[in-house]
Design a protein around this ligand. Structure first.
Ligand SMILES: Cc1ncc(COP(=O)(O)O)c(C=O)c1O
Length: 419
């Protein structure tokens, strides 16, 4: 991989036709160390599992492995095969609650996976049938907990209703001689640490009603990162809420506490350098978009932090709000923003979009023949950080000095919508 001091150096040294993922390996290592130090140094057994889906790039997996992470949450046979190819001794947990029968067989027989999630009795029956009633399965029941405080709620699709959960947990206990546990997901980008404690209280009620002594409580992912307009509480608050929630649960001293961070381990590591192919007023046509690394900018309307880089010459000090279009012919390939950039942005400039390490590169498709992303190492700091590598807050232009900023020009529309 090529290495540059910063994305601006890359812009100055060579123009790139495709979007470029600028990765900061150290940011992944720092986040991994925080999770390991916080959760693994307890008097009871704990595990930190990386949710591979957030970013399955080999450099990420290598960095996490080098930082000592050995447990991984995988969601498909391809993710399992990827892990087995590169890290044969990694412990894999197939945490997707609904799997195809062939995926269960491949995971169990071809790849030695023994830990499986399920969220209904039918899936438990599948697990038993496809593993020949194996008694060595670690079975984790995914609960549908109420998720308040998550920016991207994950309720609805997965999770057993709490009134059906005790029977499902008991069925799991009867189905295996190995461990059983409960898990949940409070929703991605969870802005409230108390959501974990509340979910753990719900899990506790299920456990009591079932009469099962669980071996594992898995609090899932949901740990946040920093984006414009979303400044989460410090990571320590999340750890405190979870450790206090675990303390409140009447589980045995051997019960393991698991967590499955995805976003929080990788989000801040990567920014993507995109090129402006055309400007029409406040619309910038970039060589990356919602079919590339910017899915959440379209579908969740997230405003990612941006910086303008120009190979030669100065850029305007005045900021203006822009919206982006991606390179495909689909008009849905639109990122409304607003993204604040120098007023004189022009064709050939590069827009660096930050905080795209999670669910960014991982979401890229080949639609319309686009989606080729180069990856380079950079040495500068992330645009923001939950771990002290950069400010833990991204200020929006209205919070800055009004004199250097041109006001956003669509307040009228906004007012009408609010009525
Ligand atoms: C089962 C499971 N665990 C962990 C994660 C990671 O979540 P996050 O990236 O919000 O930490 C996900 C994400 O969808 C998930 O489905």
């Amino acid at each position: 991989m090529h290495r540059y001091q910063s994305p601006l150096d890359l812009v100055r040294e060579r123009p790139s036709e495709h979007p470029v993922a600028c990765v900061r390996r150290g940011a992944v290592a720092t986040a991994a160390t925080w999770f390991r130090t916080t959760f693994e140094h307890q008097s009871f057994p704990t595990k930190v599992l990386y949710a591979v889906k957030a970013n399955p790039s080999l450099w990420v997996l290598e960095e996490l492995y080098a930082a000592g992470l050995r447990h991984f949450d995988v969601a498909s046979v391809d993710e399992i095969a990827l892990m087995r190819r590169h890290f044969p001794d990694a412990a894999l947990a197939f945490m997707h609650p609904i799997k195809s029968r062939s995926a269960i067989r491949a995971a169990y027989y071809d790849h030695g996976v023994r830990t499986f999630a399920f969220d209904c009795l039918e899936e438990l029956d599948k697990l038993k049938a496809e593993t020949g009633n194996a008694r060595d399965l670690t079975l984790i029941l995914r609960l549908a907990v109420s998720a308040t405080g998550a920016n991207l709620p994950l309720t609805g699709k997965f999770g057993v209703a709490l009134h059906e959960a005790p029977a499902a947990l008991l069925a799991a206990r009867h189905a295996t001689d190995a461990k059983v546990g409960v898990s949940f997901h409070v929703g991605s980008q969870c802005m409230r640490p108390t959501a974990y404690r509340a979910a753990m209280a719900q899990a506790q009620r299920v456990i009591v009603q079932s009469g099962v002594m669980v071996d594992i409580v898995d609090v899932g992912g949901g740990f946040p990162s920093v984006y414009p307009g979303m400044t989460p509480p410090p990571m320590e608050d999340y750890a405190q809420a979870i450790l206090a929630g675990f303390e409140d649960m009447s589980v045995s001293e051997h019960c393991e506490l698991w967590c499955e961070p995805g976003r929080a381990l990788v989000a801040e590591s990567t920014s993507v350098l995109t090129r402006v192919e055309m400007r029409k007023g406040d619309a910038l046509y970039l060589n990356d978009g919602s079919y590339g690394t910017l899915f959440d900018a379209t579908h969740a309307k997230w405003r990612f932090p941006v910086r303008l880089h120009r190979a030669t010459g100065d850029v305007s000090q005045t900021l203006k709000p822009f919206r982006f279009y991606g390179p495909t012919c689909d008009s849905m390939d639109h990122m409304p923003g607003p993204f604040w950039l120098p007023a004189d942005v022009q064709e050939g400039d590069y827009v660096e979009i930050g905080m795209l390490g999670a669910y960014g590169v991982a979401m890229t498709t080949r639609f319309n023949g686009y989606g080729s992303v180069e990856t380079v190492d950079v040495d500068d700091a992330p645009m923001s950080s939950m771990y002290g590598l950069a400010p833990a807050h991204i200020s929006l232009p209205r919070e800055r000095d009004e004199t250097t900023v041109v006001k956003f020009v669509r307040p009228k529309q906004k007012k009408r919508r609010r009525k």
